[in-house]
Design a protein around this ligand. Structure first.
Ligand code: BGC
Length: 814
């Protein structure tokens, strides 16, 4: 154990201050004089990307995204994943992971919906605890994020989330509270947004009172990247670390603030103590190894990811067609069949070791001779990238003048640069770049060229200007809200000819997050003829499986969705395939709910999310019954977007108005809203079929013990013919509440695997807090005197057994 107090005594104020901000994008400065090593951090929730940019970089294992882990309803699995991610973080030379993401799925359109576990606070909390325990068992610090109220990507770095305290305490703070109290998390990341008008990074109430005071947090609070916007106010509020580096508001500014009495040496000391504690916990304090990142493609990670993919797959509908009989032919249709959709977009992105597409998974399982294929239509948000070697020439200054100072080769027409750009050869704020690649037109006709750029950009095809986002550049929603919307231009190309594509880029002053980027794509229009061709292919086969959904360009940090219909012509495609082949199975891959107008015609629907690098194998395992689809929805799927609690007449509720987004639905988020208004969802929270069937029996609800805890017991039997698992869900409702409370709130759950005919007795202990609401007048948790309903079910709308218990009123500690 290093004596951090003694170390602190030996540090000058300047040395102390140096540890309160990053020196690079992903690290803190070492202090050689005192032998203090360099603390390194890496994103993120579904893998360890390392210190590279958001694209390219050393390869890493791609794990299932948050909503997939959410759908597993399995905290033990979350723990295994956390522990494997710990190995990954270490392989990237880092000590801290910027994960997990535990914001709540409030609207169904949030760009980061895919990154979050659930709409329910307790499910989120249980999974977060497992995940953090797993990571920290490897001495890798978890950074639970984003604290708090970051439920949308609209105006994400400035908006104020206006949430009343009861809603905060009962919903949005719950996962953070569990992470601090139970998992003893080592770091917390403040969110970009304001909370009730104050930046969370400057909220004394949130950081000092609630987090440290009420919950006893003793780790590091760091800002989201560029989310710290002041000097003394952040330090005084309890924000230990400004990220990334080099500093904007600390360093000499912080020394001056101490000098001016705006903050104190004791406050600095407390922050540094927290940083040293994190360095001690992770071993960074003594880590003087040469920095190196490794790509370690481990078989045990591959096996875990494949298993987790199946564990998170939710069988939404099945008339018995699944598992698929392994004889006959199968038509594999859809834009997501041959393209592996393994993750969402944004800071959770990484460069996977490899990916397996559904097509590949099914070819390996069934043999290519038994399969037909047709794409049917596209589902891209932007014109597809040119996947050809692409050079980027970098110039000092914004004029593309003189000789390039650096030339870099990338695998496609995408460049995303964080400081230091081009290995530090150019000033990240004043540089320009020329991109060169080639494009071969496979057929003759009109092609659409698309450009998105964080910075000014224009594109030439064979010397002719086709897209111009230079003079008219305006900020849009791409590249973390730093880039423009896609600007397009059309060009007529000849079949078989190769064209030179050149794009010019210049950094400009519209900078918030210091991300420089350009993306060029070229595509053909998706025509109805392609759908007809797919229908004809489907008609030839015994079965058709349609792979539709979204991609990481849709489900991405930086922009919310504009609706939840499947993008492009995918609904027409599904309908056409169903019409052509009565044995049609739909496989969805999205980061959240979608509307399904064709549902009644599909014999089975399987939701597989973004399950990581083993996507195709996991999907094939489930389709063919080699693995049980044991996922359950962690988020309600509404019939239509308009049914969602945030979809109201009032823009202030969503997407926000005048810089504020008001959480008017309060604690009635997710299934609590559908329950309250008796809206029938398309598929309820907690829903998911398996390949077996289960029955519940003999619910007993004991009297509360002296502390108000209640033991609930029931029997679970596998009444089907196959081994399988069920998720038993316990909901509680305050029948005699004096304040508006949900009809039911999830309070406990357990995933149980049983052999056919096997029966097991299961018990849950519901502590007093289970029954409490947050009383804002007393500012305490309060259990009201009276009767509570205790319900056991397989989903929020499939309650099988109910009981009741009477509580004596009690007030509980914070
Ligand atoms: C995201 C964080 C992430 C950070 C570093 C931000 O844009 O909101 O979740 O950890 O970038 O990449």
């Amino acid at each position: 154990m290093i004596d951090t107090k003694a170390l602190l005594d030996n540090m000058t104020l300047a040395e102390q201050v140096s540890l309160l901000s990053g020196d690079t994008f992903w690290s803190l400065p070492p202090i050689d004089r005192l032998g203090i090593g360099r603390l390194r951090l890496t994103d993120g929730p579904n893998g360890a990307r390392g210190a590279g940019s958001f694209v390219g970089g050393v390869t890493a294992a791609a794990f299932p995204v948050g909503i997939a882990i959410g759908a597993s309803w399995n905290p033990d699995l979350a723990k295994e994943i956390g522990s494997a991610l710990g190995d990954e973080v270490l392989s990237k030379g880092a000590h801290v992971s910027l994960a997990p993401t535990v914001n709540i799925q409030r609207s169904v359109t949030n760009g980061r919906n895919f990154e979050c576990f659930s709409e329910d606070p307790i499910l989120t909390a249980e999974l977060a605890v497992g995940y953090i325990e797993g990571l920290q068992s490897k001495k890798v610090g978890a950074t639970i994020k984003h604290f708090v109220g970051n439920e949308s990507e609209i105006e994400r770095t400035t908006i104020s989330s206006d949430i009343d305290e009861r809603t905060l305490r009962e919903v949005y703070l719950i996962p953070f509270e569990a992470a601090v109290k139970r998992a003893k998390v080592w770091a917390v990341m403040s969110s970009y947004n304001k909370l009730n008008g104050t930046y969370t990074a400057e909220s004394h109430w949130l950081l000092n009172e609630v987090l440290r005071g009420d919950w006893g947090f003793n780790g590091v609070v760091m800002s989201d990247w560029f989310g710290s916007r002041s000097t003394a106010p952040t330090v005084n509020a309890g924000l230990d670390l400004e990220m990334p580096g080099p500093t904007r508001d600390r360093g000499s500014k912080l020394l001056a603030a101490v000098e001016a009495g705006e903050t104190s040496a004791e406050t600095i000391r407390a922050c540094v103590h927290n940083i040293l504690t994190l360095m001690e916990r992770t071993g960074a304090i003594n880590d003087h190894r040469e920095f190196k990142e490794y790509a370690i493609n481990r078989p045990e990670h591959r096996a875990l990811i494949r298993r987790a993919g199946a564990e998170s797959a939710v069988l939404l509908q099945n008339d018995g067609i699944l598992p698929l009989a392994q004889q006959g032919t199968v038509a594999i249709i859809g834009p997501n069949a041959k393209i592996a959709q393994v993750m969402g977009g944004g800071s959770a992105q990484l460069n996977p070791h490899y990916v397996v597409s559904p097509w590949q998974g099914l070819v390996d399982a069934l043999g290519e001779e038994n399969l037909f294929y047709a794409r049917g239509c596209s589902n891209y948000r932007f014109q597809p990238l040119i996947e050809n070697p692409t050079t980027f020439e970098f110039f000092q200054g914004r004029e593309l003048a003189g000789e390039p100072v650096k030339v870099v080769e990338e695998p496609s027409s995408l460049g995303v640069w964080l400081p230091p750009v081009a290995e530090g050869t150019v000033d990240p704020h004043r540089f320009s770049a020329r991109m060169r690649t080639t494009f071969r037109a496979s057929e003759a006709g009109v092609y659409r060229v698309g450009l998105t750029s964080a910075g000014l950009g224009r594109v030439y095809v064979d010397g002719k200007l086709v897209v111009d986002a230079w003079a008219s550049w305006t900020r849009g929603t791409t590249f973390f809200e730093e880039g423009c919307e896609e600007v397009v231009g059309d060009v007529t190309l000849e079949a078989g000819r190769t064209y030179e594509v050149v794009a010019e880029y210049a950094r400009h002053d519209h900078v918030n997050l210091y991300i420089a980027a350009i993306r060029v794509g070229i595509g053909r229009f998706s025509a109805e003829a392609e759908i007809a061709e797919a229908a004809a292919v489907a008609a030839k086969a015994d079965h058709a499986v349609v792979f539709v959904g979204r991609t990481g360009d849709w489900d991405t940090e930086g922009s919310d969705l504009r609706g939840i219909a499947l993008p492009g012509l995918q609904n027409q495609l599904v309908e056409a395939v169903i019409a052509a082949n009565p044995n049609t199975i739909v496989v969805l891959q999205t980061g959240g709910p979608v509307e399904m107008p064709w549902l009644s015609g599909a014999r089975a629907v399987l939701q597989c999310w973004y399950p990581g690098q083993e996507a195709g194998n996991a999907i094939a395992d489930v389709l063919l019954g080699k693995a049980e689809p044991s996922g359950r929805l962690a988020q309600t799927f509404p019939v239509r977007w308009a049914d969602n609690p945030t979809h109201t007449e009032d823009d202030a509720v969503y997407p926000g108005k005048d810089g504020h987004v008001r959480y008017d639905e309060g604690v009635f988020v997710g299934y609590r809203h559908y329950d309250r208004l008796r809206i029938k969802p398309l598929f309820p929270f907690g829903h998911g079929l398996g390949y077996s069937r289960f029955a519940m029996s003999d619910l007993t609800v004991e009297l509360p013990d002296a502390a108000g805890a209640v033991t609930v017991t029931l029997g679970l039997t596998n009444i089907g013919e196959r081994p399988g698992s069920a998720v038993v869900q316990i909901y509680v409702g305050d029948v005699e509440a004096s304040v508006p409370r949900p009809v039911k709130e999830l309070k406990a759950f357990s995933k149980i695997a049983l052999e056919p005919g096997e029966k097991r007795k299961i018990s849950f202990v519901l502590d007093a807090r289970t029954f409490a609401f947050f009383d804002t007048t007393e500012r305490r948790w309060q259990v009201e005197t009276g009767e509570f309903a205790v319900m056991a079910g397989f989903s929020a709308t499939d309650v099988r057994l109910s009981g009741a218990v009477t509580q004596k009123g009690a007030v509980l500690a914070l």
